[in-house]
Design a protein around this ligand. Structure first.
Ligand SMILES: Cc1cc2nc3c(=O)[nH]c(=O)nc-3n(C[C@H](O)[C@H](O)[C@H](O)COP(=O)(O)OP(=O)(O)OC[C@H]3O[C@@H](n4cnc5c(N)ncnc54)[C@H](O)[C@@H]3O)c2cc1C
Length: 438
């Protein structure tokens, strides 16, 4: 599998891929005294979590929805300086020509965005009861031990929504659009176990954006590594248990290899590794002279009358993302619509966003449209949320496709891979001793 080219470099462990999983693995290995080289084919670390600076705007290539309850955002060494900007509590759901707030975690209480919405809710005696039931269901989920949740039968999410004891209005008006957005899966074919996990996360924390763009997370992780640990512009062509063959520098020898490349490249490097399906996503960034809504809310549209699944005035959530005096509107398109040609998608999205924000979007500037056909690995039922990361002694694989297809899953898979490497090398995690002495 490996070429016989000369040895250019040696490290205890070579990690292939410098995004969340690879950098998380490197952090854990280095803090245990293991020497690491991280190879990255791109010009900078970050992978799918890259943020581009355009005309003073910070534009994520992902439609990033993080949650303050993601444990790895707190536990991963190097992320201490990460600032999370929460969305307003709950979400706004756009239905029947108006936005109403729902999904707040305050039991039966709810907040209304307009007096008209309040009057409408009072007129409907059932609305308050629906909110109370939803609040109670979310509170139960937040308190449910993770083991009990993972022991539930695993079925396609779309078939289980009706069994959650909530009225159809709440399922269709809140649960379905929320889960579609959090899972990047408009048809909800995703495993109900994964849906429960993300819903539990929603119930335990607040949806948020990373301050300064998604790319800040890999940047913080990379900055904590010893100088020259990450080598960019180096493409791994083949991997074994003791070496990596690269296009640019020949063979790099080592004692263990961790493949942290994303599912498609991992399947190319490791014959026989299962290739999952993917959910495509397109992220649209528009600039406006003023915010169409002065509110840091996430708005779910449920893609009922247009291609956009969710949208937000990103500069109201995280002011660092737009220059002074301008606003950034970030919208996410899921499913088949994500594959539409950019001009067509932009036209349809503007018409929908004009209705959602109650203002004309014709003068907005399209700053970027990022399409990724492999954005999110699919997680159909039954889904193992702890896929093995150790393939052989000396060969390991991590990335969101080994766990859940989220930032949390990618970071956690890196931790698990590092632990497996350390076990095989006979090094105790965190002991910080030089491996040479082992
Ligand atoms: C549009 C979009 C929206 C998303 N929305 C959300 C969301 O709302 N919430 C959420 O939690 N997650 C979301 N995600 C998923 C999240 O971004 C990923 O789970 C996470 O970034 C995966 O990190 P990773 O390290 O596993 O893989 P990647 O980020 O894919 O990193 C793999 C790295 O390996 C490098 N590489 C590949 N092949 C080679 C090779 N042969 N040699 C050297 N280097 C190589 C790549 O250049 C890349 O840097 C979204 C993703 C996208 C694209």
């Amino acid at each position: 599998m490996l070429s016989s080219a000369r040895t250019a470099h040696h490290a205890d462990v070579v990690v292939v891929g410098a995004s969340l999983a690879g950098l998380s693995a490197a952090q854990h290995l280095i803090s245990s005294g293991v020497t690491v080289t991280v190879l990255e084919s791109g010009p900078r670390p970050g992978g799918r979590m890259t943020t581009d600076a355009v005309d003073g705007f910070l534009l994520d290539r992902t439609g990033q929805l993080l949650n303050t309850s993601f444990p790895e955002l707190i536990r991963t060494p190097g992320l201490e300086a990460l600032k999370l900007r929460p969305f307003s509590p709950g979400v706004l759901v756009h239905t029947d020509g108006r936005n109403h707030r729902t999904g707040e975690l305050r039991g039966a209480k709810r907040a209304f965005t307009t007096a008209r919405a309040f009057a409408a809710a009072r007129a409907s005696r059932s609305a308050g009861l629906d909110q109370a039931r939803l609040g109670a269901a979310l509170a139960r989920l937040a308190a449910l031990p993770i083991d009990r949740m993972l022991a539930r039968p695993d079925r396609p999410t779309s078939t289980t929504l009706a069994t959650r004891g909530l009225p159809a209005r709440t399922v269709e008006g809140f649960l379905r659009p929320l889960l579609a957005s959090l899972l990047s899966d408009p048809d909800l074919t995703t495993s109900s176990r994964c849906a429960d996990l993300v819903l539990r996360g929603y119930a335990r924390g607040r949806l948020c954006l990373p301050a300064g763009g998604a790319g800040i997370i890999p940047d913080l992780l990379a900055a904590q590594l010893p100088p020259e640990t990450v080598r960019t512009g180096v493409h791994a062509k083949a991997v074994g248990t003791t070496a990596v063959d690269t296009a640019e520098h020949g063979e790099i020898t080592c004692r263990s290899v961790v493949v942290a490349t994303g599912a498609r490249s991992a399947a190319e490097l490791i014959p026989g590794l299962r290739l999952p399906g993917f959910h495509p996503v397109t992220v649209l960034h528009h600039a406006a002279d003023e915010p169409p809504l002065r509110d840091a809310s996430l708005i779910l549209t449920g893609t009922r009358r247009g291609p956009v699944a969710h949208t937000t005035v990103a500069s109201e959530v995280d002011p660092d993302r737009a220059p002074a005096g301008e606003a950034l509107i970030t919208s996410t398109v899921l499913g088949a619509a994500a594959g539409l040609p950019t001009a067509e998608l932009d036209r349809a999205a503007r018409a929908q966003l004009a209705r959602v924000y109650g203002t004309s979007a014709s003068r907005w500037r399209l700053l970027a449209a990022h399409h990724d056909p492999d954005a999110v690995p699919a997680m159909p039922a039954p889904h193992d949320v702890r896929r093995p990361v150790r393939l052989l002694s000396g060969l390991y694989v991590c990335g969101d496709h080994r766990d859940t297809s989220t930032v949390q899953g990618a970071l956690f898979s890196g931790r698990r891979a590092a632990q497996a490497v350390l076990r095989d090398l006979g090094v105790r995690p965190g002991q910080g001793q030089a491996l040479r002495a082992a």
